[in-house]
Design a protein around this ligand. Structure first.
Ligand code: C5P
Length: 338
């Protein structure tokens, strides 16, 4: 057998979609209690880690955000650093060289950076042969020290996310064929912190009735737990599209987002929702094939100038699916009930 770390350890870091996002009032610590049904998507970054030839951790990024060398603030290196803090003395946490192939649009409401961090944490532990040494509760705390969206990616499947992002309950994936998702990411930036600030300001930047998203979110979590057929999820898209409490805030920060979302819904003939703080917009389809066909048609319409875009640069259009499982599951959890 070879020594740990000589062969690269490889993992996929999927994107996430918030099917619902209900936000409670601002807490004394400045964060908000969430109630969000989150699902992983097939669109994923690919991360590999192996023993580094040099003395420190390193990161090489290729794809959408590269090629470039990563610095210590990169979420992959923060994930490795968090893993190193957790391993005990008996384990040699040697330096790691990470390689990230970026496919998920950046700063888009799809959780790409958070997923990279969670995957880096899990892969580093695996590379050091320390997978068993760090339990679920500690993994979640380490993930949370990097960001509120990071713990979700440790679950390895759909989950109800509560608290600041650290209370996780695994949910069953929609039953049946994988559901198609068309992602449309306008070329505009929405800062999550600013979106939460706009939410706190109230008025038009807060939802008209905070109960709407909460009731939908509670209901969807119950339905998924009980085993919701994928086609029924698609049939609920209209209600889900109204169940994101950060949508008014994102629209206030980027006013063109509201009209783009409306013209997109008209063009697709389907409800269009927003993932997280945006700007990525989504539509659900019964299959990947239907999402791909809609994506091709949409790209033609965008190229032909048929839709008013929020920016001179065209939005990124990508067809994908909701996935049931991915590979970074930790060792827990009593909470995993699927
Ligand atoms: O935890 P993270 O740094 O990813 O959060 C980004 C921003 O989102 C925070 O600064 C905070 O304003 C907001 N946030 C929040 N409540 C949460 C999660 C994030 O207010 N549960």
């Amino acid at each position: 057998m070879s020594e740990p770390g000589h062969a690269p350890v490889v993992g996929l870091a999927p994107a996430k979609l918030n099917l619902t996002l209900s936000i409670g009032p601002r807490r004394p610590d400045g964060y908000h209690d969430l109630h969000s049904v989150m699902v992983p998507l097939a669109i994923a970054d690919r991360l590999s880690v192996a023993r580094a030839p040099g003395g420190g951790d390193s990161l090489h990024v290729v794809g959408a955000d590269g090629p470039r060398e990563g610095g210590p603030d990169d979420l992959v290196l923060r994930g490795i650093a968090a893993a190193r803090r957790a391993v005990g003395r008996g384990i040699e946490a040697f330096p790691l060289a990470a390689r990230l192939e970026k496919r998920i649009p950046i700063a888009a409401g799809l959780g790409g950076g958070s997923s990279d961090a969670a995957t880096a944490l899990a892969l580093a532990l695996e590379a050091w042969g320390a997978g068993e040494a760090v339990g679920w509760t500690e993994r979640v705390a380490l993930a949370m020290s990097i960001g509120s969206d990071v713990p979700f990616f440790l679950v390895g499947g759909p989950a109800l996310v509560e608290g600041r992002g650290d209370r996780l309950t695994a949910l069953r994936a929609p039953v049946g064929e994988p559901i198609g998702v068309l992602l449309v990411t306008p070329a505009v930036a929405v800062s999550t912190a600013e979106a939460f600030r706009a939410f706190d300001a109230g008025g038009d930047t807060a939802p008209a009735d905070p109960r709407t998203a909460r009731v939908t979110s509670l209901h969807l979590a119950d339905e998924l737990r009980a085993g919701l057929p994928g086609l029924d999820l698609v049939a609920r898209a209209g209600v889900l599209a109204t169940a994101n409490d950060l949508a008014p805030a994102a629209a206030a920060l980027v006013p063109e987002l509201r009209s783009f979302r409306r013209s997109l819904a008209r063009r697709l003939g389907r409800p269009v929702g927003q993932s997280g703080s945006g700007p990525t917009l989504w539509a659900l389809y019964p299959s990947l094939g239907e999402a791909e066909a809609a994506g091709t048609e949409l790209e033609e319409a965008l190229a032909g100038g048929e839709l008013a875009m929020p920016n001179a640069r065209p939005p990124r259009v990508h067809a994908t699916t909701i996935i049931a499982r991915h590979g970074t599951s930790g060792s827990d959890p009593g909470r995993i009930d699927a």
